[in-house]
Design a protein around this ligand. Structure first.
Ligand code: 6PG
Length: 257
């Protein structure tokens, strides 16, 4: 068990046996993701969802603002966090929080106090990371993770063209982080070339479900490498609870089509 109280045997097992759900196309993917999200947060008490950036979740985000999902969601209970963000102001088109707000979080039915942006207007990514770690620990109510009490009910994840996830890039020191919950990432090797702030694997892994969304065929080569076990960041990701890959058929490697 590492300093952040992270990876248990169950998490290791789940990481090696992810659930893989293949759906027809992107239009089929969003409602299935919405159903999984709503099922994870409808338990009658405070819930926490960690959103991802990029384009893959946008169909899901737009769907959450529409019925039937809008009326099924216990909006008063659900708190919305981000797994990573680009270190740009929220009004910037590159901002992950800006995109999520435009898609659904700025809707009147989402309590403003339940939205937890990464403070990308802080002086620098490291300062923003420490502030967000403080906010997560305050929300969680402890400085160490208890594998029996995950921080999140659901963590959404994407897959980058180089195998990165959140803003955890290949060969980056952040991959080895076992103490910090959030770190600054001064440089990236994929577009957009802006500094980032990202949760680390122990923080992302403190979840009842980690749900990867892969909604484009051009991800097929890298997805094949990740699912084949290549040591890429997306392969290293683990969850205390269920680890699920929700992918469109056009992106699925032959072995699982
Ligand atoms: C980000 C994301 C990143 C994203 C992947 C996939 O801030 O860019 O969090 O990890 O999930 O790059 O991006 P797409 O969904 O746009 O392909």
């Amino acid at each position: 068990m590492d300093a952040a109280g992270g990876r248990s045997v169950d998490a290791m097992t789940a990481a090696n046996n992810p659930q893989i759900l293949v759906v027809a196309d992107a239009a089929a993917l969003a409602p299935i993701a919405a159903r999984r999200l709503v099922e994870r947060v409808r338990h009658g008490h405070r819930a926490a969802v960690c959103l991802t950036g990029g384009s893959s979740p946008l169909g899901l985000y737009r769907l959450l603002a529409q019925d039937p999902w809008r009326s099924k969601m216990p909006w008063a209970d659900v708190h919305w966090f981000l797994g990573d963000d680009r270190f740009v102001p929220e009004r910037d088109p590159l901002s992950n929080m800006g995109a999520a707000k435009r898609a659904f979080l700025d809707s009147a039915f989402v309590p403003k106090q339940n939205i937890h942006p990464i403070p990308t207007e802080a002086g620098d990514p490291e300062t923003a990371a420490r502030a967000y770690e403080g906010e997560l620990k305050q929300f969680y109510g402890a400085d160490r993770f208890d594998p029996e009490r995950p921080l999140f009910d659901l963590v959404l994840m994407g897959l980058g063209p180089d195998g990165h996830t959140a803003s955890l890039f290949p060969h980056s020191p952040a991959l080895e982080e076992s103490e910090r919950w959030v770190v600054g990432v001064p440089r990236t090797n994929v577009e957009p070339f802006v500094p980032r702030v990202t949760l680390t694997f122990p923080a992302l892994g403190s979840t009842r479900e980690m749900l990867f969304l892969v909604d484009s065929a051009d991800k097929s080569p890298i997805l094949g490498r990740v699912l084949a076990g290549e040591d890429l960041p997306a392969h290293r990701a683990y969850a205390q609870g269920d680890l699920v890959w929700l992918i469109i058929r056009a992106a699925a490697p032959e072995s699982i089509k």
